[in-house]
Design a protein around this ligand. Structure first.
Ligand code: SF4
Length: 95
């Protein structure tokens, strides 16, 4: 069982090539590191947070054998507490 700490977008990591990862623990391997839908040069941060990340977390929970990396088992194998839906609050902040 995986309890993704990346679930609410609190752990986002962006590489120098604008590739977004759910967290900094993930290495270079994995589907999303090659996926343009996770790259800010090809997609918006809103879509990454609202669509790609949610789909990734759903896949992690439903099928960890296919989607989880070693880091997921190492960092996110225990339940954790978090405030509810902070991502939505970030997206609606006006500057
Ligand atoms: S290690 Fe895996 S489950 Fe944990 S925050 Fe990173 S991507 Fe999400």
């Amino acid at each position: 069982m995986i309890y993704p700490k990346c679930e609410n977008g609190e752990r986002l990591y962006v590489t120098s090539s604008s590739q977004v990862r759910p967290c900094c623990w993930l290495g270079e391997k994995g589907n999303i590191n090659q996926d343009k839908k996770w790259n800010l040069n090809h997609n918006t941060i809103e879509d990454i947070l609202n669509v790609q990340l949610k789909e990734f977390v759903k896949n992690l929970k439903e099928n960890p054998k296919e989607w989880a990396q070693m880091a997921c088992y190492g960092q996110c194998k225990k339940p954790f507490t978090s405030i509810e839906k902070p991502t939505e609050e970030w997206l609606h902040v006006k500057t």
